[in-house]
Write a protein of this length. Structure first.
Length: 300
């Protein structure tokens, strides 16, 4: 199956490329911003016509949440308009689109968390831009999956885990926000679940793959209906709890002080509750604590 990936140099995109490149069922084509402007429909159309992919994955995004406040136009173009352009071209070429989105499309005021069809109301420019991307994808095509995730960390990109470990090299005490709740999600786990649940059923449709796939448990056989899905590691915590678990697992003597969002001011407001509820299929992702332990062992 031909897969075209946008955002190959980012944390999630690079992990997705690594995961898919190691599987014989996928013929990979991967691009990043250095290759062409993903908001340029003509460039997109040319690329898709040349490759004729079965599946397009968009991991490209402007993810610097605070910077989005001062570069709103850039955020809206990359996170909003570009996914819409990708969707329009995917429809023209008959490709399925999987677009990665975020918990920040919600306002965070529901302490019980959010289901896939709950009302959206972002509180910052990043969330607004990602919501625009969702809306334009849905307006421009029908055969799409939007996968929202939260609090991502992993190799090849700035993330909270690596920031905490870097700060611990010079500080014995840190103030960390305790009134924002979410599910830390390991990019490797997210990619593997995306492949299992969303891509593999399309591989099963290919005649040359069918016989071999009958003898493996690596693939899901049933296609999920098109639409919006929530996908994170299970269970949840605060940023403060996340930091404490990082230091506990690394056996680092760092005192973590719980502070409020008001005490730790940042340019962009953050939602207080980022819990994403998965109500549409059987998610097999492990707990955030188990995933964090695996990541820290990998990076030791």
């Amino acid at each position: 199956m031909k897969v075209l990936l946008f955002g190959k140099l980012g944390m999630l995109g690079s992990q997705m490329l690594k995961a898919l490149s190691g599987r014989e069922d996928f013929e990979m084509y991967a691009f990043d911003k250095n290759d062409f402007d993903i908001s340029d429909k003509n460039a997109l159309s040319e690329a898709l016509k040349r490759i004729s992919p079965n599946f397009v994955i968009n991991c490209a995004a402007y993810t610097a949440v605070d910077d989005c406040e001062k570069e709103r136009d850039v955020a809206m173009r990359v996170n909003g308009e570009a996914p819409g352009a990708i969707a329009a071209v995917c429809k023209e070429e008959g490709a399925v689109l999987l677009h990665i989105s975020t918990d920040y499309v919600f306002d965070g005021e529901n302490s019980d968390g959010y289901k896939e069809d709950d009302s959206t109301s972002p509180v910052n420019a990043y969330g607004e831009s990602k919501l625009l991307g969702e809306k334009l994808v849905a307006e421009n095509m029908d055969d799409y999956y939007i996968v929202r995730s939260s609090w991502l960390y992993g190799t090849n990109g700035q993330n909270f885990v690596d920031t905490m470990l870097r700060l611990a090299e010079t500080k014995s005490e840190l103030n960390v926000v305790d009134d924002q709740i979410g599910s830390p999600t390991y990019s490797k786990d997210l990619c593997e679940e995306v492949i299992r649940c969303f891509l593999s059923p399309y591989v099963a449709d290919l005649p040359e793959q069918h016989e071999r796939m009958l003898n493996t448990n690596d693939y899901s056989e049933k296609k999920l209906p098109f639409g919006i899905y929530h996908l994170t590691n299970t269970e949840h915590t605060s940023w403060c709890g996340f930091a404490k678990e990082i230091f506990r697992l690394k056996d680092l003597n760092v005192e973590v002080n719980a502070v409020t969002s008001e005490e730790f001011q940042r340019p962009a407001k953050r939602p207080h509750c980022s819990i994403l509820k998965n109500t549409k299929f059987d998610c097999k992702m492990r707990s955030w604590k188990d995933a964090l332990e695996a990541y820290l062992k990998l990076t030791t």
